[in-house]
Design a protein around this ligand. Structure first.
Ligand code: ADP
Ligand code: MG
Length: 392
């Protein structure tokens, strides 16, 4: 239906008085790519999108669509489709009129107009709904009309700002897959904003993680989840255990660490600096209970402090038998054959060196709070901590 266009942001900045909403954001987005801007509320996602659309003027920096510099072009000359939460359907116009509007604005009329609207509505599976008024549609259907309206003039680039935010979970997950399928079949480049990590992981070719107006990391969902470059990324996307660690030696396979008096084998993967204080990051599902006979690069004894049944996994808090108290969150997939640990039970757990990541300790941010004792220092970031980072 259309060909995707590349989008390049070069050191894009937006200052509102003393608020640095967006700071030096540089991203090269490929033609036909589905890219998400993911970050907590207030991290500058909407502002970035508004500058690309032309609704906001950058304080500094450049925007290119394909080879065209568009930084100073007005909205209507950028030829971008937008689906913004604040850009609702016209309530007094029918579905057909809502979608046709975007074409009429561009001087299209008659049979061409009708054909364009039909094609766009059938793309979002709303053929037959032409005469309905917006209030006669469900939330999901309204969002599909908004999408049809954004696609009808075949833009090479579509911007979507939390378009699924108002939908309930089931519908949102269906729409995520539908939207992604649609994007691949149409070929349009899509820039999608969300604060929902699972949404970004599900839909994106690549994710731009934003924090306080800046880009924290750009990568595929797998890169972002498996090899986060900072403590912020590791705790915003998924759940992580963070352990203060000290480099004490090297083996052929990788570094040797001291964690609270325990010797831990690790990997250099994703870690450039090989000196200085470090944090060892381990996802809860990479820590495994070791039944008799099974081995891991790192094996420890621990005592179960807490066990919570979560449906797909059982989550344990396990205190390692170390010089200092180290509390680990461990997520174990729940199967009938999996032994369930009891609180107070002594267990053997472990993880492979390749399943943990080293982070530079500078990544620790003041906003993460000052630990007031050793235990707090070694505590993991859990869902509760993440909620503190994610207002709303
Ligand atoms: P996000 O979409 O990631 O939640 P925004 O881009 O909306 O973040 O906001 C980034 C920062 O810029 C926030 O601190 C917000 O309060 C501020 N901001 C956004 N728009 C304006 C505005 N029009 N005037 C002043 N401050 C703004
Ligand atoms: Mg926003």
């Amino acid at each position: 239906m259309s060909t995707g266009e590349a989008l390049r942001l070069e050191r894009l900045c937006k200052q509102y008085g003393s608020v640095r909403a967006v700071h030096e954001v540089s991203v090269q987005i490929e033609a036909g790519e589905f890219i998400s801007f993911l970050g907590p509320s207030g991290s500058g996602k909407t502002t970035t999108l508004m500058m690309v659309a032309g609704f906001e003027t950058p304080t500094a920096g450049q925007i290119f669509i394909g080879a065209r510099p568009v930084t100073r072009l007005p909205v209507h000359r950028r030829n971008i489709g937008v689906v913004f939460q604040s850009y609702a359907l016209f309530p007094h116009l029918s579905v057909l009129e809502n979608v046709a509007f975007a074409l009429k604005m561009r001087g299209v009329s008659g049979s061409e107009l009708r054909a364009g609207v039909n094609e766009s509505l059938s793309l979002v599976q709303l053929g037959g709904y032409e005469a309905r008024m917006p209030h006669q549609l469900s939330g999901g259907q309204q969002q599909r009309v908004a999408l049809a309206r954004a696609l009808v003039f075949r833009p090479g680039l579509v911007l979507l700002d939390e378009p699924l935010g108002a939908l309930d979970k089931q519908l949102r997950e269906n729409m995520q897959l539908e939207l992604k399928r649609l994007q691949k079949s149409v070929g349009t480049t899509m820039v999608f904003v969300t604060h929902d990590q699972s949404e970004a992981l599900t839909m994106s070719d690549r994710i731009v993680v934003m924090n306080e107006g800046k880009v924290e990391q750009i990568g595929t969902p797998e890169e972002i989840y498996e090899t986060p470059r900072s403590r912020f990324v590791a705790s915003f996307i998924g759940e992580s255990n963070f352990l203060d660690a000290r480099l004490i030696g090297k083996t052929d396979q990788g570094p040797l660490l001291d964690v609270a008096g325990l010797q831990v084998r690790a990997t250099w993967q994703g870690f450039e600096r090989q000196t200085g204080p470090v944090i060892l990051m381990i996802r809860p599902e990479k820590i495994i209970p070791l039944a008799a006979g099974s081995r891991a690069d790192n094996e420890f004894e621990g005592v179960v402090q807490e066990a919570v049944y979560r449906g797909h996994v059982v989550k344990y808090q396990i205190r390692l038998c170390a010089a200092l108290p180290v509390l680990l969150t461990v997520a174990v997939a729940y199967r009938a054959s999996t032994p369930r640990f009891q609180i107070g039970e002594k267990v053997k757990i472990g993880w492979d060196a390749r399943d943990a990541r080293l982070l530079s300790d500078e990544a620790k941010r003041p906003s993460q709070g000052v630990p007031d004792n050793d235990e707090a220092l070694l505590r993991v970031t859990t869902a509760a901590d993440r909620m503190a980072i994610l207002p709303s």
